[in-house]
Design a binder for this molecule. Sequence first.
Ligand SMILES: [Zn+2]
Length: 204
Amino acid sequence: MKKLIEGIKDFRKTKRPGLLEHFDNIALAQKPDAILVACSDSRVAPNLFASTSPGDMFVVRNIGNIIPPYKADMTETSILSVFEFGLTNLPIKDIIICGHSNCGAMHAILNDKIEFEGISKWLASAKDAKSAVTLLPAGSNNEEKANAISKLSILRQIDHLKTYPMIQQRLQQGDLKLHGWYFDIKNADVYTYDFSNQKYTLIE
Ligand SMILES: [Zn+2]
């Protein structure tokens, strides 16, 4: 906590003066054109790696960057409300699912050892991505396996996005695009999924 307070003091002294005009411009309304769904993991730093400014992205973060498939009577309304608000009140043109390397949620799916009821239920929407492991060479280690699950789960979550009627409608209108990003923490590299070539490519 002390580090955070010191950070606020440092921000106030060094960065705030240069940002005051920007904050003044966005104070009354936000106009982000992208929704980012990222993992809660503290190492995933989209503001840093995408060099965004306040006001650029409407962000949802949860364990494993998961989107539960839409159901008419869904009880998990946190994500649903993000789409309801974002797609009706904000100029959203893109939705990005951002997964990452060495994700604890993907390791939990790999090991099939989840001791908490909430996490177990939450990860159910990503569990079938474990099939990615079967495509790896023999002798792959757990890190490689978890990363393969993470990359496949990103695509699964994009499939889940397409189950939301509001998103289906916007896709049919042709004014919404869905993206899969993968953040490699060790190298601070960001990959995007190329749907035409069916592989992740480095954004450089
Ligand atoms: Zn994670």
